[in-house]
Structures are given as C-alpha cells and as structure tokens.
Design a protein around this ligand. Structure first.
Ligand SMILES: Nc1ncnc2c1ncn2[C@@H]1O[C@H](COP(=O)(O)OP(=O)(O)OP(=O)(O)O)[C@@H](O)[C@H]1O
Length: 618
C-alpha cells in the first residue's frame, strides 16, 4: 500500500527555491483540547509529593477555566456577527468613514477626489498597438544602438552629470540616463551637419537638445518637455536622421523599402514645417558627398500624393505625417512600417488627447517590430505623463522647466479691454512693435472679421484657420514667413508649434479657455533665445477660472500682475485647499475637478460617441 502523502519524502536533490519536503521542521500537529487536558493530568499524576500535586492541580483548574471562558466569549462574538444584519454593518462602516472624513482637512479631501479622478483616467487602455495589446506583447529593453558618448564623457561621474543638468535646469527621471552633452561636436554628428547648423546660427545645444539628443541617440524611449521655441524639433529629428543614415549606409534602400521612422504631428502646418526642416538637414548631409541622399515623405491631408510619387518610387527613409492621412496611406499599403523602428510624436499631449488616441494606437499597430518611441511637447500635464509612461519602455523623462510653464523670454502684458472696444484698441496695439505680429482668436468668424478690419485699415494681413483650404493656408504661411505680409491672424488650433522667424509681438484677441493653449500661443514669440511681447485682451466674458490660471502663470513667470487680476480670489485658498497645478492641464489656478480641458475632452468624447451611434464616426 502506498504510504500517506504526509510521510512521503521526495527523493530528489533539493531545489534552492521550492521545498518538496512535506516533513517541515516547524510543523506542529493539531491536538484537540480533550487530549491536551488528559496529557496535563497524566503529567500531574507523575508529580511526587502531595503538596506539589495539590498546587499544580489548582493551577491547572484555573488555566482550564480561563480557556473555557475565552472559548465561550468567542462563541458569543461569532453568534452576534452572524445575527447582525448586513445593512447595520454597512451603516457602521458609513458612520466610521464619515467620522474619519470629518477629521480630514479640505486639502486632504480635495487630494483624495483628485486621486480618484486621476485613477479613473489612468485606467484607460495602454497606449500600445492593438496587436501588442491583443497578443500581450510587451518589450522590456530599450532598442540597442551603436552610438555611445565620447570616452571622456563616459568617464564622468554621476555627480558631474548631475551638476551639468542642474546648471541648465534640466530635470530627468528614469533608469540609466545617458549623460548630458554640452557640445554638438561631442555628439558624433557629421561635420557637414555641424557646419550647416552653424550657418543657421545653431552652434550650441539648447538644454532640451543637450540631454534629449544623447538620450535618443542611445535608443531610449523618452518624454521631452521644454518651453516653446527651445529647439525640440532638432532634438527629435536628428536622432531619426542619424538612424536612417546608419541603415542606408549598411544596406541601401530600394523601392518599396522603408521608412526607418515617422514623425507624427497634430496639424498639417506643423508637419509641413518639420518636413521642411528634415529636408534642409538631410540635404546638407547629401551635399557633402560623403553621405547618401535620404528620402523624406510628407504625408498630410489636402495635398495630392501624386506630387510625391517620385519619393515613393525610391527607398523611403523618413515620413512626416498627420495621423489621418498616414493611416490612409498605410491601409492602402503605399508603404509599410514592417521595418520601421522609430516613432516620434510632436505636441504629444494634443496627440494623445481624447480623439487622437485611437488613431495613434492604430498607427502603432502597423509596426511589426520593437520601436523607439519619443513624445515631445511644451505642455505635458501629469495625466498624459502617467499614461504615456506605461506605454514606453524604460522611458527617460527630460523636463526643462515646469511642464506647462511659460517661456521666460516673453514679456506678458494682460489688458482689460471691453468687447466692443477690442477692434479699435487692436490697431493701437499694433503700434507697440514693428512687424511681424501674430493675432490669435479662438473663433474662426472672428479671425475673418479681424483680417477684414485690418485690410480696410490698410494693414497687410493674412488669415489662417481650420475652414480655409490647404492652398489658402499655405499661401498665408508662405507670405507671412517671407515678410510679404506683416500680420497673421490665426485661430488657436493653427498655432501650435509653428516656428516663424523673429515674431515681435503676439496679440491674443480672445483669451483661450485652456491655459495650455495660451502658453503655446505666446510661445510664437521669444523663440531661440530672443525676447518678444505678448499682449492679451481679457474682459467680463473671460471665465474667472481662466483669469485665475493666468494670474498664477504671470506670478510664476515673474511678470507684472495687473490690478484687476490681483483682486481675483482663489476659492481654494479661502477653503484652505491645495494650490498645486492641475494634473490634467497644468493650470495653476484650479484643481482637476473643474479643469476646462477635462470638460472639453469629455464633450469631444461624447460628441464622437454620438457620431458613432449615428453611424458616423470620425
Ligand atoms: N541650439 C540652437 N541654437 C539656436 N537656435 C536654435 C537651436 N535649436 C533650434 N533653434 C532655432 O529655434 C527655433 C525654435 O525651434 P523649434 O521650432 O524646434 O522649437 P520648439 O521647441 O519645437 O517650439 P514649439 O514648442 O513652439 O514647437 C527654430 O527657428 C530653430 O531653428
């Protein structure tokens, strides 16, 4: 007969982690109470003297009485537990919680509510491709590249890297962060590229470049946050160009092959601008004669792909795109991402924002191998950072200045101007500086009205907004960039990330509701180390919360706060609430529960659900 499993010893060499031996040394078998009593009595009878036996018997009786009393108590507790209705228990929990809550300060309550909303947002699906999500694929290591910093930089201590970052106000987070590099020449960039950058007055890396370029060259996923106009475009394009160069040099691309990577932008204008930069930089390399020509495709709505068929007829290295057209091209298999390994999202917060999220996921599904993913923006609220972090592999966060903070090279002036006086005052305002000037309005009709008014007054103005045709938008940008037109009137959406030379003055005709948009708009001036002015009109129609965000932003940037803004009270301060920045939009004047960005996002989401229900979709 087989021996009882309890007694069986498994005779194999012991594993270091698992114990197959059931004969545990610490094992204490259960002995019933009656048996224990008998054992104790037996022990008692073995005592030699009568007095010893009497004393021990008394002790034993006391012990047994105590044990009986304890058991009876436990039985009673169990009985009441079973008999008490669940509702009563729930009521008690509720009362206990209410009492605890009453003890909490307003700050704690607000923090708890914020944490709950954040947790709800964070529970969204991971930003990974549908394929990866479905198959449960997740990579654990960053992409390997052959690049490494020069030996003398590799030999520096962590403390030296830390001091350098501190000098440039760079905050980093992540594992094994590549070192910051203060000179382009130490980044192992081809000489012809260095010369070209020099000819464009780009001689020393900006803070986001000196930490961001080595990070990306090292193959690391990254979240890059830096002020408007601080040179983010070079920080993400250069790594892609170098990667493409390496691949092309190893084995030249032929028709149907490529691209190596893609830069995704939220607007056609921004994509066009980035594309032009990539063309200039790759052109500079090819002119050198030592490097091959890299081919770049601009993939945006509103332009005919036929125009670019010459690019598709060759091997393709880089694609700069907006999401919609890119998905269309990938679905039509004009090219594939089968061998692509680099994805960068410019203005990533906008891109990940509700609405674009599914497009991004869809685009990721076309990648067939591990990729390096970079996210860049001037404003990157904590919500997006948290969400994005889960989608990247060992990401490095490079943050230059508080996410969402304004560029300190912009002098911010806020003026109270009555609605009906705005147009007339605008003319006066235009006298403050020489052109070029950009005027922003949140409303397309207002953009048209302002342009018409300025044209009537003899001001050379062009206008750009979402309802203009692609030709009209291109004409406006071209004539403004070339200096043929002095003033550009633009809707907020069209403004993000556009880099115009030496804008002297930004006039915000209608203050955007979301403070992030304000930061992007004033960021069209004060670029690449130059200073600029931003004048913003506010009045009774501006929501008080927006004014509060503005007040705090001005205070943070050390700007003058006009008296009418100074008088606006923060309700959170009155309630003793917290004055931290909103984790969703970065605004300093409100908490998450009344964030305008969240409201807008929810509205957009509901609208898209409605459209989908109607069989529409977007
Ligand atoms: N290292 C540098 N030194 C001087 N100028 C630079 C440097 N890097 C970039 N620039 C210039 O600074 C300007 C702004 O750069 P870029 O458009 O990349 O800024 P950005 O950070 O992307 O801004 P935004 O957030 O508004 O998109 C460009 O005209 C660019 O040529």
């Amino acid at each position: 007969m087989e021996s009882s499993p309890k007694r069986r010893r498994i005779s194999r060499s012991p594993s270091p982690t698992y114990k197959f031996d059931d004969d545990d040394d610490d094992y204490v078998p259960y002995v019933p109470v009656a048996q224990r009593r008998e054992a104790k009595l037996a022990k008692l009878s073995s005592l030699s003297t009568v007095s010893d036996r009497t004393k021990a018997k008394k002790q034993l009786e006391e012990l047994l009485e105590r044990e009986d009393a304890e058991r009876e108590e436990e039985r009673q507790r169990e009985k009441t537990r079973k008999e008490r209705p669940l509702l009563m228990e729930a009521q008690e929990v509720h009362e206990r919680k209410a009492a605890e809550n009453a003890k909490k300060t307003e700050v704690e309550k607000e923090e708890e509510a914020d944490a709950e909303i954040l947790a709800a947002i964070a529970s969204r699906r991971k930003l990974a491709s549908d394929l990866e999500l479905a198959k449960g694929i997740s990579y654990t290591d960053s992409l390997k590249t052959s690049w490494q910093p020069p030996k003398y930089i590799r030999e520096r201590t962590d403390e030296q890297h830390r001091r350098l970052r501190e000098k440039y106000h760079i905050i980093v987070d992540g594992e094994d962060i590549p070192p910051p590099i203060e000179h382009f020449s130490d980044m192992k960039i081809p000489e012809s590229m260095l010369q070209f950058l020099k000819s464009k007055k780009i001689t020393t890396p900006t803070p986001i470049q000196l930490q961001g370029i080595p990070t990306a060259f090292a193959g690391r996923d990254m979240i890059g946050i830096a002020f408007t106009g601080s040179g983010k475009t070079l920080a993400f394009c250069l790594p892609l160009i170098m990667l493409a160069l390496e691949e092309e040099t190893k084995l030249p691309f032929v028709r149907g092959e490529g691209p190596v990577g893609v830069v995704l932008c939220p607007s056609r204008e921004l994509a066009t601008q980035t594309y032009e930069n990539v063309l200039a930089w790759t052109g500079a390399l090819a002119r050198d004669g030592k490097y091959p020509q890299l081919n770049t495709l601009l993939c945006i709505g509103g332009i005919s792909m036929g125009e670019q068929s010459h690019v598709l007829n060759k091997g393709l290295h880089i694609v700069v795109a907006t999401p919609g057209r890119l998905i269309d091209m990938l679905e039509k298999r004009k090219f594939t991402f089968n061998n692509s390994k680099f994805l960068c999202m410019d203005e990533a917060d906008r891109m990940i924002d509700l609405g674009f999220e599914d497009d991004v996921r869809n685009i990721m599904s076309f990648f067939k191998r591990q990729r390096q993913t970079l996210l860049f923006s001037a404003t990157m609220p904590r919500k997006i950072q948290d969400f994005a972090q889960q989608s990247l592999i060992k990401p490095v966060l490079v943050n230059v200045g508080r996410a969402g903070a304004a560029n300190l090279d912009v002098l911010q002036v806020v003026e109270y101007v009555k609605q009906e006086a705005k147009m007339v005052y605008l003319l006066e305002c235009l006298q403050k500086t020489a052109p070029p000037v950009i005027i922003f309005s949140e409303n397309k009709n207002e953009v048209d009205d302002i342009q018409e008014y300025l044209l009537l007054k003899g001001v050379e103005a062009v206008a750009i907004h979402g309802s203009k045709t692609q030709e009209e938008r291109q004409y406006a940008i071209k004539s403004f960039k070339s200096g043929a037109k002095d003033v550009m009137v633009a809707s907020g959406v069209a403004s993000k990330g556009l880099d115009f030379n030496d804008i002297q003055h930004v006039i915000i005709f209608s203050m955007p509701k979301e403070i992030e948009d304000y930061v992007h708009q004033i960021g069209r001036t004060g670029r690449s180390g130059k200073t600029g002015i931003a004048t913003t009109f506010v009045n009774m129609t501006t929501p008080e919360q927006t004014l509060l965000d503005l007040k705090y932003l001005l205070m943070e940037a050390g700007q003058k706060v006009p008296p009418f803004l100074r008088t606006i009270e923060d309700p959170r301060a009155a309630q003793g609430g917290s004055l931290k920045g909103c984790p969703v939009c970065g605004g300093l004047g409100h908490g998450i529960s009344n964030c305008p960005k969240l409201e807008d996002a929810q509205r957009r989401q509901m609208a898209s659900h409605r459209a989908a229900d109607d069989g529409g979709g977007y």
